[in-house]
Design a binder for this molecule. Structure first.
Ligand SMILES: [Zn+2]
Length: 282
């Protein structure tokens, strides 16, 4: 323990400031998206098996929905630009812009130097949950993805159906590359339906039973052509443990919807970030 200075309480009492005030973020045109969604017809569906992952594609201007089916289950979602898989979801910056958990009207942002919205959440049947008394909420961008390396470090295990491995196999199969090429493209996820937070006393990442029930869904508008990769986490509803076959697990359903022609008049895919990338040189 270090000795506290005489003015410790005064220093602690300084109010926080928001790191990235987001009032100047461009507002997604939710009314336009919803009007288009009302005309949309289903064009594809992928059932993600329990403790496994599957890829799916969504053209820009289309919609995709992730639904709970059969039983409470959380999903680990990766997003790539379909035309350049190195442009991918940036969990950390999404967290900095929107907070620890995301819901309707918030967006999944891509990595540098692109840094643009990849997808916008347009519907969330768990939007009622809010923040519970433990500080928990749903759909987090604070976890990474369960992975075999951490399991090996903490428990000396060799478990092969963590989300990281599921996403790696799925991406390798879809893109047609080997596991070593696919693995570095797998990235920190949106934890769909997962209920998480940080403990107030120790600041540790916690999970608790997801409030999701069959029929619940999270729905997105694709801002760019997307390659999605979704793992049905071996943690199931994440009420007890992950990184093993102990939890009861269920599939997740992904559905893709195409809007009627002309319903997105005036809309276009977001441009990549306009920073000039000279980094102080030249
Ligand atoms: Zn997982």
């Amino acid at each position: 323990m270090t000795n506290a200075p005489a003015d410790a309480d005064a220093r602690r009492a300084i109010p926080p400031v928001i790191c990235y005030p987001n009032e100047t973020l461009p507002e997604p045109p939710l009314d336009l998206y919803r009007a288009a969604r009302a005309t949309a017809v289903k064009t594809d569906e992928v059932l993600v098996p329990a403790r496994d992952a599957r890829c799916f594609t969504v053209p820009a201007g289309h919609f995709f929905r992730i639904s709970s089916v059969e039983g409470a289950q959380v999903g680990d979602l990766n997003l790539h630009n379909l035309n350049d898989v190195t442009e991918r979801f940036y969990s950390g910056k999404t967290r900095a812009l929107h907070g620890t958990h995301i819901t309707t009207g918030e967006r999944m942002w891509s990595n540098f130097p692109h840094m643009r919205p990849m997808a916008t959440i347009i519907a969330d049947t768990l939007g009622w949950y809010g923040i519970d008394d433990f500080g928990g909420s749903v759909h987090d961008v604070i976890g990474t993805r369960c992975d075999p390396y951490t399991g090996n470090l903490l428990a000396d295990t060799q478990y092969h159906h963590c989300c990281h491995s599921n996403l790696t196999r799925s991406l390798a199969d879809h893109v047609g590359v080997n596991l070593d090429e696919a693995e570095p493209l797998v990235h920190d996820v949106l934890n769909v339906f997962m209920c998480t937070g940080f403990t107030r006393d120790t600041g540790q990442y916690f999970m608790k039973a997801s409030p999701v029930r069959p029929g619940d869904f999270l729905e997105f508008f694709a801002e760019i052509d997307l390659l999605g990769n979704l793992s049905a986490c071996p943690g199931g509803d994440c009420s007890s443990e992950h990184s093993s076959d102990a939890a009861s697990c269920h599939p997740l359903l992904v559905e893709v919807f195409s809007p009627a022609q002309g319903t997105l008049a005036g809309w276009s895919s977001p441009k990549i970030n306009q920073y000039d990338r000279t980094h102080g040189r030249r």
